[in-house]
Design a protein. Structure first.
Length: 184
């Protein structure tokens, strides 16, 4: 995978995350381009293997088909499962079944990143409250931008770095996976 491909996947992965305001927020991002099937198409186009992207995206989507995130509760993070799992599987030439097996721990990693983001961003909310109480409204208006910087760092960099540098490790992991995963 080239540097530009990994950067593009990282940027789209960030823009498709649950708290990113781009792509019409949750509607165009988290609930559309953030879903594995659509992500598979996008990643397939970027990596010049649309068929593999769609097949892997569909397989991962089947695993998370009933996933909802009511009230911000996050049982699984399909964004990390898709935007890290699919490119790694395509570059490592894994079958869709192994892409699904790879997506599960990535999804749990993503849940940890979501809770890290909201925990860090709580600090900014309290800071914004203080600024408002002090009457510094122009400064208080800028505080949500800092929250997006946190979201960008926590989303973009793991997707970019794991996608760009992770392929050799995934190939090694795939070689030691039980062969029964290939027949599931």
């Amino acid at each position: 995978m080239s540097l530009w491909q990994a950067l593009l996947i990282g940027l789209i992965g960030y823009a498709s995350s649950i708290y990113a305001p781009w792509l019409f927020g949750g509607l165009g991002g988290w609930y559309t381009t953030g879903r594995p099937f659509i992500a598979g198409l996008i990643i397939g186009v970027i990596l010049h293997d649309v068929k593999a992207g769609i097949l892997m995206g569909a397989a991962i989507q089947a695993l998370y088909i009933g996933l909802v995130t009511p009230g911000g509760a996050m049982p699984a993070d399909v964004n990390f499962a898709a935007y890290i799992g699919i490119p790694l599987a395509i570059v490592s030439k894994l079958p869709a079944s192994e892409a699904v097996a790879l997506s599960v721990p990535l999804s749990f990693f993503g849940v940890g990143m979501v809770y890290l983001t909201v925990t860090i961003n709580c600090l900014f909310v309290h800071w914004q409250d203080t600024l408002i109480k002090e009457g510094r409204l122009k400064r208080a208006i800028d505080v949500p931008v800092i929250g997006q910087i946190t979201n960008f760092v926590v989303r973009f960099f793991p997707i970019f770095l794991i996608s760009y540098f992770g392929s050799p490790y995934v190939a090694k992991l795939a070689s030691i996976m039980p062969k029964m995963l290939e027949t599931m």
